[in-house]
Ligand binder design. Sequence first.
Ligand code: BTN
Length: 319
Amino acid sequence: MLKTKTGILSLLTESDFISGAELAKQLGVSRTAIWKNIQKLKEDGYNIIAVTNKGYKLLETSDRLNETLLRAEIEKSELFETLIYKKTIDSTQNHAFRILDQHDGNIVIVSGHQSQGRGRFKREWLSPEAAGLYMSLVFRPNISNHNMIVFNLFMSLAISETIRETAGLNSGIKWPNDIFINDKKVCGFLTEVISTDNIVDTIVCGVGINIKQSEETQKLGTATAIRDELSEDHFDVNHFIGILFKKIEFYYGKFLSEPFSTIKEHWLEHAVIFNRELKITTVNETFKGKALDITDEGYLVILTDDHNIHKVISADIEI
Ligand code: BTN
């Protein structure tokens, strides 16, 4: 049933009008099955019209997170094999660790609400319903621990590029794990790994993207959301996820096969940490300074206010 639904959705997205007979032929099912699935898609919020002698047409895609559409995207993906969708969950990140032994291959866990969303440094990640996209990506890279250092650089570029291309907003990367728009945080991600004998078996990368400001996130004063940065109200979250999966597939492939130097220029174009005063907190110390460069190995080079050069690999940065 689900395959027919996702198949119809794919064909409707690709066509202008398409008849029930043509849908039935292409998907190898009866016209009754097509009709039933069209009704289900309508119940899911898809605006599908039927015109005599022309067929069905998808007028606009729903801006609600939609399991059917997510499944259609995963079916197209060569990277992800399993999608787990939960309307609500404690934390997609916690769930990833609970279920990762039950599946081989790469997994995506998506939710529209988290009751115990968590961020870096054990901070809470506010995850109100219908306000954000909360997902955890499970990868099985089989690479040495050392190669993980640049993973976040590839991921951050995938996310920032998706926001620029789908929303037309000038997003940027705040090294190491945040995406900003107009100096406010729109997305944060958290990378956790399982490694044995210096080999990374599993990466669990949790991504939280603010789609719409809620009362809670607004109170923070430091966060923004994609819709709130747009002049128009409509933002197609399902289209956004489709592009995000493609970008992640592309940049994850590059991460496995190419050094950071091949994307460095492009990454620098997205970075928002240069030419400004930064406050840097590492596990050992806090200091102020300016970022000079990022090395091919992924270290951020800082000139401190007291004229020392520091190379940091992980830190909390305030701009
Ligand atoms: C940060 O900026 O501190 C990272 C935030 C990561 C939040 C995401 S939302 C999906 C996944 N589930 C969680 O509990 N956390 C991550």
